[in-house]
Design a protein around this ligand. Structure first.
Ligand SMILES: *[C@@H]1O[C@H](CO)[C@@H](O)[C@H](O)[C@H]1NC(C)=O
Ligand SMILES: *[C@@H]1O[C@H](CO)[C@@H](O)[C@H](O)[C@H]1NC(C)=O
Ligand SMILES: *[C@@H]1O[C@H](CO)[C@@H](O)[C@H](O)[C@H]1NC(C)=O
Ligand SMILES: *[C@@H]1O[C@H](CO)[C@@H](O)[C@H](O)[C@H]1NC(C)=O
Ligand SMILES: *[C@@H]1O[C@H](CO)[C@@H](O)[C@H](O)[C@H]1NC(C)=O
Ligand SMILES: *[C@@H]1O[C@H](CO)[C@@H](O)[C@H](O)[C@H]1NC(C)=O
Ligand SMILES: [Zn+2]
Length: 929
């Protein structure tokens, strides 16, 4: 098959792969009793890939003074205990840890563990490198980290090691795109622990804690349908039944000759809990998670008591008690639910935002640690550099940056909810990964261009620092484009001269301008770098390739956008698209919310790393006016705005650009008034929005949001700001019949549309109190060069379009920002013979092994988004590559751990009456009654 048709999905393909078949995994679930309530006990441990301690400290059990936790001992102990009784079961989740442990085992131990896996006594669930965060991760990085973990499991254990169930018991809210990805990765079902407390209460009442999630409005069902189960007690055991060494609950004392015999009491309490639980679930099967954070280090304690619990409760069957307790796993439990052949409530929206009480919205972490969030995003863009892997230079070292990126997807990593020293560790890992990645790209470029000239990477262009360009009279610039279509990108290089000539790879001169470095930039860069000017020019890079510019002057460009500023305030006042002849009123300013310190009547909840809780719904304006200075050249026009010593912005309009750039700089956020601050920028426009706005899910599909509204329950809004915040991964928009204003972000941020016509985005947060969710530190970031508080700079790109064609512009724009073009040192090369059609994005192209390449092609438009680009597309693989001969193609699931033709998922039936919910337009207005 050389041509393939794409319909709004991602397909994974092995080029040159061969098809193998496998025997099916052994049937290993304990039998259940159809006439009884079956209680599935699932022994498990939740091992964070970094949180209060770093991932390696957790593995070894180092720094137990911070938190007692050692994953190596957990795995040692569990394997030992599983061998003692074949009835026992255990599930393991995080491959980052399992991989570390596996490499240290003897081959006989490895054989033993294989046996346990083959017999279903040790079962992998989820199986990605980590349990990713769902609000702040980009789908490309999630797919990569899942692929990495699942590949290890497949190669080590074969089909029995393939997890059937996705397990996100801890993430703080659940994204629709994650569910869609899990479905496409072949999972039969998904379990999680956290959802909004009002949502849970309603679902308990209607027995809808198990449901069918239809996770895409574009994919034909059941492609993105995922059976979803909400666990009864987060991921903890029932009250009174925690038998870990870290718990204080009474063990089962079953010798009647000794004191404190408690079997009758334990059985009675257990039956009461089981009965209560069965009242809020639909079938005669219920699940109990017997474990919690880093438990089972001394697994004997748990198993000894569980063995007894099962024995004594089941003994009551002789007395007519209709309860059957068994060791189980999520996939055994899921199989029983599937067997019931019932119908399930259907859900089309997502599980954001998450609140665990009236004033406790977990919407702060959407923005927490903005610098780490940006660093993670740039690292992802670097990793997506695929050129090196196309030239047969496959380096194992690449796995270093892959591992660092995979770890960074964890729900206490990019989320920003870890301790400061752990955040530093994630950043350090990413930095190590970068170094290897740069060596790799240098080598492959040298291979292609035949040049061995020294290459310098300018990582600090954000603050106008680049030792090469500022000190050289003559230099060349390589621009690498990891996208499968040509891109045009403005390059700004720090220079110390005042006039330059720039020419492209063919020697043709290119327009450029020299502008002075702003005082704000000088302030941020401190003593690093000395350039007085910036050289600005547009580069065009070929698809999947690079080009070289050597460093001429001016021609006028066409302008597509126009902005006006209020002469009295210095603030933006309107935005026009000259092509489409649209104009909106647009005022933009910066504000801060006064973070709650936890001392007030409604609730003692302070704002912190997880939780956003402003003390008042009215933010303080940082300054009503901005001092401005403008610079106009034919290539770029900019207005520099000063709002305060700690907030400034450059509004930039490049010639030829269809987006307005807002480059904001915020920090150090002052705290000398002892008030925590959450800094936002707000765009107030003349667009008539009637409470609706739109945000992306993990950078992929877009969901409709409505202020003070949830699609599946009647919301009682208790936090008018925090309860209306949603994660923004790459873009958000507001629109009416005529105008759509899209904002593309350069990292994950939180935001909302509190008032009609308005869109706000949180940029930075500095807080003085811990929010009591475990991290036990205030989010109060400083760094070596910013001891007074972290300074963060980022960009928002604004575009104004007609709603019917807006996606055609913002989808490609968002991909360009995510896969930021690379800038370094010679000549021009494209790995693709022809650019892919605009609807198709080349998501992955990587050397898989000696003979095959993993290719992921993605149709990136939702069914309702674009007249032109939402149509199915056919791509001819044979003609796609310049450096690859395609000899054969095999299709895989999304995570590349199963052949597509072997992918048989459970099928589930939605409740009748809800099936009509599948619409080809965003279907969130629907309220189920
Ligand atoms: C499942 O239920 C449907 C009707 O809802 C029925 O047609 C089908 O035969 C049932 N399947 C099994 C295996 O019982
Ligand atoms: C950079 O340019 C400025 C102003 O022209 C000059 O004073 C300075 O010496 C130059 N710095 C270097 C290192 O060339
Ligand atoms: C900010 O909020 C705190 C409570 O968290 C309150 O004590 C203080 O008065 C507020 N300050 C302002 C300026 O509103
Ligand atoms: C926040 O950080 C600053 C600078 O390091 C420090 O002086 C201050 O005590 C910190 N405040 C809290 C509440 O941690
Ligand atoms: C600039 O980017 C670098 C990474 O290249 C990052 O470490 C640094 O924090 C950024 N600086 C600012 C002010 O955002
Ligand atoms: C799973 O691993 C086996 C053993 O290494 C390998 O032969 C097979 O191709 C892998 N399956 C997939 C879908 O990659
Ligand atoms: Zn966790």
């Amino acid at each position: 098959m050389a041509a393939m048709s794409l319909q709004l999905t991602v397909v994974s393909l092995f080029l040159l792969g061969g098809v193998l078949t496998f025997p099916l995994g052994q049937e290993s679930c304990h039998p259940t009793k159809p006439d009884m309530l079956n209680v599935h006990l699932v022994p498990h441990t939740h091992d964070d890939v970094g949180w209060l301690k770093t991932v390696d400290q957790y593995f070894y059990g180092d720094r137990n003074d911070i938190q007692h936790a050692g994953v190596q001992y957990i795995l040692d102990s569990v394997v030992d205990q599983l061998l003692k009784n074949p009835d026992r079961r255990f599930i393991y989740v995080e491959t980052a840890f399992f991989y570390r442990w596996w490499r240290q085992q003897s081959s006989s131990m490895q054989q033993t563990v294989k046996q346990l896996v083959n017999e279903g006594r040790l079962e992998f669930v989820n199986g990605g490198w980590c349990m990713s965060d769902e609000a702040t991760t980009h789908y490309s990085a999630v797919i990569d980290q899942m692929t990495m973990g699942l590949r290890f499991l497949n190669e080590t254990f074969g089909p029995c090691g393939r997890p059937r169930v996705a397990w996100h018991i801890d993430p703080f809210g659940h994204a629709r795109e994650h569910a869609s990805m899990f479905a496409q990765m072949g999972y039969d079902g998904f379990f999680f622990g956290r959802l909004d407390y009002q949502d849970r209460a309603r679902r308990m009442m209607y027995r809808e804690q198990e449901l069918l999630w239809r996770a895409s409005d574009s994919l034909t069902p059941p492609m993105a349908d995922l059976f979803t189960g909400i666990l009864p007690n987060g991921y903890n055991p029932p009250e009174g039944f925690c038998w870990d060494q870290s718990c204080d609950d009474a063990p089962i004392r079953d010798d009647p000759d000794l004191e404190d015999y408690n079997v009758d009491d334990v059985v009675k309490r257990f039956l009461a809990i089981a009965e209560g639980q069965s009242a809020v679930y639909k079938t005669n099967h219920i699940i109990m998670t017997m474990g919690s954070d880093f438990q089972y280090e001394n697994a004997n304690l748990w198993y000894k008591n569980l063995d007894k619990l099962i024995h004594y409760v089941n003994a009551q069957q002789a007395n007519g008690i209709k309860v059957n307790v068994l060791y189980s796993t999520p996939s055994c439990y899921l199989q029983e639910l599937h067997r019931t052949n019932l119908t399930w409530a259907l859900k089309n929206d997502d599980f954001f935002p998450y609140a665990d009480d009236a004033h406790d919205f977990w919407t702060g972490y959407f923005t927490s640690r903005p610098a780490l969030k940006r660093y993670e995003r740039i690292s992802n863009s670097n990793l997506q550099v695929v050129l090196g892997r196309l030239t047969n230079i496959y380096f194992p070292v690449l796995s270093l940056s892959e591992e660092a990126m995979a770890v960074a997807q964890h729900h206490d990593a990019v989320s920003g909810t870890e301790k400061q020293h752990v955040a530093n560790d994630y950043a350090r890992r990413l930095a190590n990964g970068w170094q290897h990645c740069q060596v790799l790209v240098s080598n492959s470029l040298a291979g292609l261009s035949g040049s061995t000239a020294e290459r310098i990477y300018c990582d600090n262009l954000n603050i106008s620092v680049c030792p090469l360009t500022e000190s050289s009279k003559k230099f060349s610039v390589n621009v690498y484009n990891p996208l499968a279509r040509p891109v045009t990108w403005p390059v700004r290089l720090p220079v110390n001269g005042t006039a330059y000539v720039v020419s492209d790879a063919n020697g043709k001169s290119v327009d450029s301008q020299v502008v002075p470095v702003s005082p704000a930039t000088r302030e941020v860069r401190r003593s690093r770098g000395f350039a007085v000017n910036e050289l600005v020019f547009q580069v065009q890079a070929p698809p999947l390739g690079y080009t070289t510019y050597s460093v001429s002057l001016v021609i006028t460009y066409e302008h597509f956008l126009q902005v006006t500023f209020d002469p009295d305030t210095g603030l933006l006042s309107s935005l026009s698209n000259l092509e489409t002849k649209q104009t909106i009123k647009l005022t933009q300013n910066f504000y801060w919310y006064n973070a709650s310190d936890g001392n007030n009547v409604e609730s003692i909840q302070p704002s912190g790393a997880y939780i956003f809780r402003p003390n008042s719904s009215t933010p303080f304006v940082i300054s009503k006016t901005a001092k401005t200075e403008s610079i106009q050249t034919p290539a770029v026009q900019e207005v520099r705005q000063w709002f305060s010593p700690w907030v400034s912005q450059v509004v930039r309009l490049y010639a030829d650009s269809r987006a307005l750039e807002l480059e904001w700089t915020v920090g150090p956020v002052p705290i000398d008034d002892d008030l925590g601050k959450e800094v936002i920028t707000r765009l107030d426009t003349s667009i008539q929005t009637a409470q609706y706005f739109y945000t992306d899910s993990n950078g992929r599909e877009v969901l409709q949001r409505k202020t003070d509204f949830r699609p599946t329950w009647n919301l009682k809004q208790s936090e008018p700001i925090a309860g209306n915040y949603y994660p923004i991964n790459s873009r958000a928009f507001i629109k009416d019949d005529d105008d759509q204003l899209t904002v593309v972000t350069d990292r994950s941020q939180g935001g909302g549309s509190i008032n009609n016509g308005s869109l706000e985005i949180m940029l930075h947060r500095r807080l003085l109190y811990d929010d009591v969710r475990g991290v036990a530190e205030p989010l109060n970031e400083t760094s070596g060069i910013f001891p007074k508080g972290l300074v963060v700079r980022g960009r928002l790109l604004l575009s104004l379009d007609r709603p019917a064609s807006a996606a055609d512009a913002h989808r490609p724009l968002a991909q360009e920002v995510v896969l930021q073009t690379w800038k370094h040192e010679r000549r021009s090369f494209s790995g693709l013979q022809a650019a892919l059609p605009p609807a198709v994005h080349l998501l992955t192209l990587s050397q898989w092994d000696k003979d095959s390449v993993l290719l992921r092609l993605e149709h990136q438009f939702q069914s309702w988004e674009s007249k032109v680009n939402s149509q199915p597309v056919t791509v001819n693989l044979q003609k796609l590559f310049t450096t690859l001969d395609v000899l054969g193609v095999s299709e895989l699931n999304l995570s590349a751990n199963q052949w597509k033709d072997e992918m048989k998922r459970f099928s589930w039936t939605p409740e009748s009456g809800t099936a009509h919910l599948h619409l080809s337009v965003p279907s969130l207005q629907h309220i189920r009654t």
